[in-house]
Design a protein around this ligand. Structure first.
Ligand code: GUN
Ligand code: ZN
Length: 434
């Protein structure tokens, strides 16, 4: 089997870093190497220790750049590439004015395929190798996305959005059709290559109680699948959701009633949760997905990362772009904005924790830590190579950076796609193929 040896400075996380100087939380190799065989990491460590096993390997030398596990985006909408930068609206107006009309075009399979190509190109350009994706209501949008991800050998989670009310006719299904289409897509795509299906009710406002019962049935039939939806993003949204489900205790209680909380459940935003709601998410092992650029752009609110992490019943948290409510495809830009949101609460998210979050942290939040998110032998060789001196301003700033944590903070604060030297998908350099 062909072997590839990739030389670089290596960084991989062992645990969540608790401070700027938490050196036990990561492994760093100044002169490191990753050996890849059949798309999988077969060895990782100091170059001189790995080299004997790599005598017959093709060698790619990225020194002095920094190699990490590929970035993971826990929530994004691929059909919203042409929604990004839509002016002047908060969530519900933004959905009705910009997002729903744009998503209505994805009944056209050719259009969906074109945007899926553009989207995955952007993921690769920004160093993201796995994402949890919302398609549109149209099954052909999910077909297009999965087909393109499969062609590239990427590990992707995605699902057809289920929505049967409060949206234009071109964008609604019915409880039965959403159930049937979701089942057919699961049979077709889940477990194909590196693809995972996520049951995807858009949110309580666009799903009738009858559709929620169908979601419940799908989850019961496929308990190992992810479920993704939106929760507690904006005050008007919360009020409307609770109006549509008056018997629920609160917004989280709607999803709870239909049995949708659990360790594979990803709840986008979770900004305004009460303690009861946070307890319910924590006790069920559900994941709250922090989408800072989106939350700032739509004026939705300030996610309180440490309130959720440090409470008696902590929440599992993932981080995400939420494109097109979010304004960047980059997980570096996302964590830069995340740092600022956390700062509003008088806290600091240290750069080691940021890079843990977008690699191992997100992999674990997506229950994929056994396959991605680290450089551990036996896991998939999805990698990103970063250059903290990619621009003149970054180069100048790096003259004064002395530690690894400082370098990471420069990458996060000033970096974007220009800092991504290469992205490897299952061991193959993918940027050149765009
Ligand atoms: N809530 C329901 N749908 C959406 C969406 O597409 N984007 C965001 N940010 N929130 C939502
Ligand atoms: Zn979203």
């Amino acid at each position: 089997m062909a072997k590839t040896l990739i030389r670089a400075r290596l960084l991989t996380f062992l645990a969540e870093p608790l401070a700027f100087d938490d050196h036990a939380s990561y492994r760093y190799e100044e002169d490191g190497a990753v050996l890849v065989e059949g798309g999988v990491i077969s060895a990782c460590g100091d170059y001189t220790a790995i080299a004997p096993a790599a005598a017959d390997a093709d060698v790619i030398d990225h020194r002095p750049h920094l190699l990490l596990p590929g970035f993971i985006d826990a929530h994004a909408h691929f059909p919203q590439m042409q929604v990004i930068a839509s002016y002047g609206a908060e969530l519900l107006d933004w959905l009705n004015t910009y997002t729903f009309p744009t998503e209505s075009e994805f009944g056209d399979a050719g259009h969906a395929a074109r945007i899926a190509r553009f989207f995955l190109d952007e993921m690769v350009r920004h160093g993201t190798t796995t994402a949890a994706i919302y398609c549109t209501v149209h099954p052909q949008s999910a077909d297009a996305f999965f087909a393109e991800a499969q062609r590239r050998g990427m590990c992707m989670i995605a699902g057809k959005v289920m929505m049967d009310r409060n949206a234009p006719a071109a964008l609604t299904d019915t409880p039965q059709s959403s159930y049937d289409d979701t089942n057919a897509l699961i049979a077709k795509w889940h477990g194909t290559g590196r693809l995972h299906y996520a049951i995807t009710p858009r949110f309580a406002i666009t799903s009738s109680p009858e559709q929620m019962e169908m979601v419940q049935a799908l989850v019961a039939d496929h308990p190992d699948l992810h479920l993704q939806t939106h929760l507690s993003e904006n005050h008007a949204e919360i009020a409307l959701a609770c109006e549509f489900y008056p018997q629920a205790k609160d917004y989280t209680g709607i999803y709870e009633h239909y049995g949708l909380l659990g360790p594979k459940s990803l709840f986008g935003h979770c900004i305004h949760l009460s303690d009861r709601e946070a307890d319910a998410l924590s006790e069920s092992g559900s994941v709250a997905v922090f989408c800072p650029t989106s939350n700032l752009f739509l004026g939705s609110g300030l996610f309180d990362y440490f309130r959720y992490r440090r409470r008696e019943k902590p929440l599992r948290i993932a981080a995400a772009t939420d494109t097109g409510g979010g304004t960047s495809y980059s997980m570096l830009r996302t964590m830069d904005e995340g740092y600022k949101v956390v700062a509003f609460h008088g806290e600091k998210l240290n750069p080691l924790a940021s890079f843990w979050q977008i690699t191992r942290g997100n992999a674990e939040a997506l229950s994929l830590g056994h396959r991605i998110g680290t450089l551990e032998p036996g896991t998939d060789a999805d990698l990103v190579v970063l250059d903290a001196r990619a621009t003149p301003a970054m180069r100048l700033r790096m003259e004064r950076a002395e530690t690894l944590a400082e370098e990471l903070f420069v990458l996060q604060t000033l970096g974007d796609d220009r800092a991504v030297v290469e992205t490897y998908v299952a061991g193959r350099a993918a940027k050149g193929q765009i």
